[in-house]
Design a protein around this ligand. Structure first.
Ligand SMILES: [Mg+2]
Length: 382
């Protein structure tokens, strides 16, 4: 079998799908994207095609190493996201060629169903409480929300109180009937993270995510010393070689590699295995589309330490396109009481609605995140 063609489709709300064709008619789909830089990743994917066209798509390990090591410069958000989407499509082809789901190729199921959680938006407590109520009707009991809006390097007591009050009201409204993680989103500086973690501790969040930015990872063990709240991070780390340093330093209890950013299934299975050796849980990051979600699930279903899967099916967080809009076999993605079953079809298990993808790609907007500023006019982390 030989790879014949790579085609990319940028689609709403902010995603990109990749179709890899072969001379035997088997087609694989991947999702190579960095939110806000889709065109840059698209260029990288097409630059990699020189290493792929004419090659056997089943030699995933070799093609991965060629893409990673063959170009001298390596790593980072753009290149590792391009490799990630290509890698997913190669696994899809291999599974389809052999007639089995990808998790069978990775050693088989380690669990029968995977626990998922839902993002809940809104900056006011009332909006969040309302959002949780609606999602509970759909069977969810685990959620994640932002911890703060713009947050200064040294912030006022009023801002700290507002962030804590918001979480207190949510715990008050639902008691122990729900669990939630709080995403600091890299908006909080190390000293303020220390203060917030202490004040949030009584509300027992499942975890605090990105308590500080990944580039300040040296603070993770120090922050962990000061709190009983489990700390999570990983959506802005792109390879084993970055995760290695975090595992060695300690402090992070849950790693959240993104299957579309950290080198794909090939790399994230290895990151998951490294995490298990350090007694660190796995909760893959996934605010993306159906191929990214399916890739996460294949890793979750073969990783003993996978505890939670992020997903955004039907929450209207993604404006202009929903996760299942581009999927024909929607029934396979059914979430019951917060759990999803292994995708049963060969390969990644996603039947892509190609006509819909082509139509949606015709007028795809260039999504970028908002640019926030502090009251003094300086740039704030989003
Ligand atoms: Mg996050």
């Amino acid at each position: 079998m030989k790879i014949t063609k790579l085609t990319t489709y940028r689609i709403p709300p902010r995603w990109m799908l990749l179709k890899i064709e072969t001379d035997e008619g088997i087609v694989g789909w991947g999702e190579p994207v960095i939110e806000g830089k889709a065109r840059t990743v698209e260029t990288a994917v097409h630059e990699f095609s020189q290493y792929l066209v004419g090659q056997d798509p089943r030699r995933i390990n070799d093609l991965w190493q060629v893409m990673y090591r063959g170009g001298f410069y390596r790593g980072g958000a753009i290149l590792m996201s391009a490799i990630a989407g290509i890698d997913q499509a190669l696994w899809d082809i291999k599974g389809k060629a052999l007639g089995v789901p990808v998790y069978e190729l990775l050693g088989g199921l380690v669990r029968d169903r995977m626990k998922t959680y839902s993002w809940v938006g809104g900056d006011r407590p009332a909006d969040v409480i309302d959002g949780i109520r609606k999602l509970r009707e759909a069977g969810f009991d685990t959620f994640k929300m932002n911890g703060t809006e713009e947050f200064g390097i040294i912030e006022s007591s009023a801002a700290v109180d507002a962030a804590v009050q918001r979480i207190a009201e949510i715990r008050d409204a639902f008691g122990n009937q729900i669990e939630f993680g709080i995403d600091f989103h890299g908006r909080v500086s190390a000293p303020m993270a220390k203060a917030l973690l202490r004040e949030l501790e009584p509300y027992r969040p499942l975890f605090v995510e990105e308590p500080v930015l990944a580039e300040q990872a040296e603070y993770y063990p120090r922050l962990a010393e000061s709190t009983s709240i489990p700390l999570a991070a990983g959506e802005r780390m792109f390879s084993r070689f970055e995760f290695k340093n975090v595992f060695q330093a300690g402090g992070i209890n849950i790693v959240q590699p993104d299957l579309s950013h950290a080198g794909g299934i090939t790399e994230c299975v290895k990151i998951a295995g490294m995490a298990e050796a350090y007694d660190v849980a796995l909760a893959p990051h996934c605010p993306l589309g159906p191929i990214a979600l399916a890739s996460c699930l294949h890793v979750d279903f073969v990783s003993y330490n996978a505890v939670l899967q992020e997903q955004s099916i039907g929450i209207h967080y993604n404006k202009g396109g929903e996760v299942l809009d581009y999927v024909l076999n929607k029934e396979d993605f059914k979430i019951e009481n917060g759990y999803i079953k292994p995708l049963p079809k060969p390969g990644l298990g996603v039947e892509v609605d190609e006509q819909r993808v082509i139509e949606a790609s015709r007028n795809a907007p260039d999504w970028t995140n908002p640019l926030w500023r502090h009251p003094d006019g300086s740039v704030a982390e989003w």
